[in-house]
Design a protein around this ligand. Structure first.
Ligand code: ZN
Length: 97
């Protein structure tokens, strides 16, 4: 039998790159205190069999899927004044893109 998909076992790292261009071309400010927001990289290890796995995309390049522990890395925005952190989606909603 021929396997339809490639599988990656063990520890993998996946960068979630869905950052829109406005994230880089504009300055963003904290909705709470109007401090300037800075981009920070967030990482989290999620096991493909854990309940929270459904919130993450385990697809791998070439049409396969990651199995086991996958380290997801994505960008969030942190306020340089009050330290609050926002997801790109939250800022998008607040700034009405
Ligand atoms: Zn703030």
């Amino acid at each position: 039998m021929k396997l339809k998909f490639k599988f990656w076992f063990g520890n993998s790292t996946k960068h979630i790159i869905d950052n829109p261009i406005w994230l880089y071309t504009k300055k963003h400010y904290c909705p709470e205190c109007r401090g300037e927001l800075r981009r920070v990289d967030i990482s989290k290890v999620v096991n493909s069999k854990s309940p929270e796995a459904r919130d993450y995309d385990f697809s791998a390049p070439g049409g396969g899927f990651y199995h086991g522990n996958v380290k997801f890395i994505w960008t969030e925005l942190r306020c340089s004044r009050c330290g609050k952190q926002y997801t790109v989606k939250e800022i998008k909603k607040r700034e009405n893109y």
